[in-house]
Design a protein around this ligand. Structure first.
Ligand code: NAD
Length: 389
């Protein structure tokens, strides 16, 4: 049973953002723009942070979560990945609703225990799968689910840059959560096995270049992901290829974020090895909507206040962490790893992911349909730019 009760004396909802670095500062900005939300910043570096140090004297800033907990109803964890599970547990144990940044945890056991703790306490647990709140990704999902591509053959994604080397995790745990969550969300499925290739070039411990092959055996689809911190160009691209159509989603494409290619290849006959090509139009649907982080945080607040389901919930977070753990094991053991092996090592059956159509749509509303008005020459309409991830 979900607790909807707001527990502090502060009017409205009081939310602590734990970790006020690159991404946590964005949560503070977004949440601070909601009239019913009162924000509190938590970071050991706060006294030396020019933009936030003044919050300490105002009672709106703390250097650790323990001090902040009595003053808040909910917590956003935006610290380094290895601290997600302990901080999430601390907040849930104190009866707070929690949004944990991606990845939900660094092991499936930790992710599973967060989901169980939130269920037991009746608190909201959400994960920061920002792309599940992105209208371009909603459009891809609707096109796939409406069979516009025909049968999907595969998804390919690239997330490359001269990136920020993380101190506690490798590039797989840092960047692949985005692409795994996109693939799971668009396909409305979860992979059955993972094969990983990765290499270390700069960091002594952490792989900086990796390729993952996810097999969605139940639906006969393969997803290949390429993630890198060591690449001369910034690339954020996903490609969906089906029997009838293909699409390219370029997250850096300011005017044409999604391009649909009416292209396909067919065998001439069952016995003739030659193929025939269908080459139709390229169109770019209008993709319009609010900043995905704002949509995500709005859902978190809404879920707390109304008891409604959060979009990317703890189970969606666990689904991604299972794949990450399988990917790490595949890397270390040099073989394909079945997700069932990860579950066998866990405690009991995997809770069913809840992948309801609770997220918004490609036209930017929270509950409508992704009708994505299509224009032949294609000029997208965009209102946000995410500079890093
Ligand atoms: N959803 C997205 O699109 C997205 C994008 C970028 C980063 N992230 C995630 O956000 C998280 C933070 O990434 P970042 O790039 O902002 O890192 P960062 O290094 O810029 O910031 C982390 C902050 O956490 C603080 N911190 C560390 N331990 C703490 C603790 N115990 N209590 C309070 N504060 C603590 C650090 O002092 C630092 O200010 C990561 O998990 C990352 O994966 C998500």
């Amino acid at each position: 049973m979900r607790r909807v009760l707001v527990m502090t004396d502060t009017p409205g909802l009081s939310v602590a953002v734990v970790g006020v670095g690159y991404w946590g500062s964005k949560h503070l900005r977004v949440l601070g723009g909601f009239p019913e939300v009162h924000t509190v910043a938590v970071d050991p570096r706060l006294p030396t942070m020019p933009d936030y140090a003044h919050l300490l004297a105002q009672g709106r800033g703390f250097t650790d979560l323990t001090e902040a907990l009595p003053h808040v109803d909910a917590v956003v964890v935006a610290t380094h990945p290895t601290s997600h599970a302990p901080l999430g547990h601390q907040a849930l144990a104190a009866g707070k609703h929690v949004l944990v940044e991606k990845p939900l945890a660094t092991t499936a056991a930790d992710a599973r225990s967060l989901v169980a703790a939130a269920d037991a306490a009746g608190m909201v647990l959400m994960v920061g799968h920002t792309f599940e709140h992105n209208p371009a990704v909603w459009l891809l999902r609707e096109l796939v689910q409406d069979d516009q591509f025909g049968d999907v053959y595969f998804i390919e994604s690239e997330r490359l840059n001269l990136g920020l080397y993380q101190s506690d995790v490798n590039v797989i745990l840092d960047l692949a959560p985005h692409d795994i969550s996109i693939a799971n969300f668009v396909l409305q499925s979860e992979p059955t096995s993972v094969t990983t290739w990765a290499s270390r070039h700069v960091h002594p411990l952490h792989e900086d270049v990796a390729q993952l092959r996810l097999l969605y055996e139940d639906i006969g689809v393969e997803a290949t992901l390429h993630v890198s911190w060591l690449h001369p160009q910034k690339v954020r691209r996903s490609v969906v290829v089906g029997t009838h159509q293909m699409a390219v989603y370029d997250d850096l494409g300011l005017d044409e974020r999604v391009r649909l290619h009416d292209k396909s290849v067919e065998p001439a006959t069952d016995t003739d090895l030659r193929v025939s090509y269908h080459l139709g139009q390229v169109v770019s649907p209008v993709v319009q909507g609010a900043e995905p982080l704002a949509v995500q945080d709005r859902q978190f607040v809404h879920s707390i206040l109304t008891g409604g389901p959060p979009g990317s919930d703890g189970r969606a977070g666990l689904a991604v962490v299972r794949v990450l753990e399988a990917a790490q094991r595949s890397l270390h053991e040099g073989r394909t790893v079945a997700l069932a092996e990860i579950d066998a090592a866990g405690e009991g059956p995997v809770p069913q992911p809840s992948r309801g159509l609770v997220n918004g749509t490609a036209n930017g509303t929270a509950n409508g349909s992704a009708n994505g008005t299509t224009k032949a020459t294609g000029r997208g309409s965009h209102v946000w730019v995410d500079p890093v991830h």
